[in-house]
Design a protein around this ligand. Sequence first.
Ligand code: CO
Length: 236
Amino acid sequence: MRELSELFAQNRIWAERLRTESPDLFRELAQRQAPGYLWIGCSDSRVPANHIVGLLPGEMFVHRNVANLVCPQDLNCQTAIEFAVDALKVRHIIVCGHYGCGGVQAVLRGTSLGLLSRWLEPVEGVRRQHAEQLAHLGDETRRLDRLCELNVIEQVAQVCAAACVQGAWDRSQALTVHGWIYALSDGLLRDLGVCVAGATELEAAYRTAVTARPPGGTGPEVTGGVADCAASGADR
Ligand code: CO
């Protein structure tokens, strides 16, 4: 089993299917990529970025880490954002968390996970920052749901603070940052209502998302996400 032959077999089937559906796809992708989106999501195996939103290879630039964190000092994440914004000129950055995130749960429960505990320190910061709101929620499941949501909202703010994102907005480059959350239980996305298309929009969007939304994953599903944002005039 050293060769993982079943994965190679599945790869051949996958490539053949794509070639049948789009005969030119791989030839074109070998020349260039021009994705419209940057996805920043959790590494969780149950949240496969392209599959969830039905996108083909070449359509979405993806960065994933445990608990979908965006930290100023994380060269990996920051360079992915910079490359997506400055070189690929993506029009949308989507921070997508998920309910039942093990990393967020570990923080909520105070579970020690070795090196991962250090990685998750920003989530502990989010928990502390919103401790009062979380304390008012009844059971642990609702607190976990809400902390997963709040974590996404905070990471959206971190994306907006990135120098390359600020720079893009300064030169009127079309770029919108979105905060979504995915439910493992039904496979559907929810829009957290924090949609930012310019430096001046963050504060109001952040405040609304943090204070106004009913906690616990009861919000509306994304019915077009990006299109919804465009309808509100944010997609310039
Ligand atoms: Co997760």
